[in-house]
Design a binder for this molecule. Sequence first.
Ligand code: NDP
Ligand code: 8X3
Length: 252
Amino acid sequence: MARNIFVTGATSGIGLCIAETYAKHGDNVLISGRRAELLGEVQARLSKEYGVRVETLVLDVRSREDVESKVPAAIEAFGGVDVLVNNAGLAQGLDPFQDSAVDDAVTMIDTNVKGLLYVTKAVLPFMIDKNEGHIVNMGSTAGIYAYPGGAVYCATKAAVKTLSDGIRMDTIATDIKVTTIQPGIVETPFSEVRFHGDAERAKSVYAGIDAIQPEDVADVVLYVTNQPKRLQISDVTIMANQQAAGFMVHKK
Ligand code: NDP
Ligand code: 8X3
């Protein structure tokens, strides 16, 4: 039976690919992000290509007010939610902590930690009512291994992993599952966002690496949410063959 999947940050990169992977699998998707025009384009393409229901929600996860007012209404209209993929997130800057911009740090914490928290709080009551559901949180190898210039980004991803573990404990009496996905370097617009639009510098991150692609991550997300009720996959860490830890890569 088709499930209802809510993906945040579905206008680009990994989230877009996750939404498409579920649509291809025959599930309905509620896609969100800040860029309304992109959401409309993705909605038109996925519904046409896969014949599933695709709904959109223009949302800045940093706005607690917006999340609290818009998310429950969108889920009601969607007819409930089986899987929440908390994917919206970003890095800003790669300067040493002492030289980094406080504004960048605040943006990362507001998006990656507080945004994920607001969305999860808005969605969980629907899952608790049904006594089931699956929350998939997008962590990162950056949450396991800090790297130079990544102190705050890495801390936000460590927080994602810890939030997931705590929520799994607090919902243990329900059939809700919680999974953290921790990818290494994935080739997406992520680095262009990190370097504030510097495309050349962004390209250099992936040069010489057969980097993992958004489809690789999306396949894992689909896999963890396609397991029998008895089985909960708590964490998955994936990285390129040429990566061994956080930013530790062997370039060819
Ligand atoms: P992209 O930049 O391609 O996608 C980021 C997505 O997040 C976009 O859809 C963007 O949508 C959304 N987003 C950003 N800020 C907000 C906000 N305030 N409110 C709502 N949506 C927001 O990067 P990726 O696909 O690579 O990143 C997706 C996730 O994967 C992030 O959480 C990232 O930290 C994580 N990750 C990425 C890795 C990589 O190497 N690429 C590796 C490990 C984890 P919009 O701009 O329309 O709002
Ligand atoms: C994104 C992967 O290694 O650029 O989380 O931090 S990395």
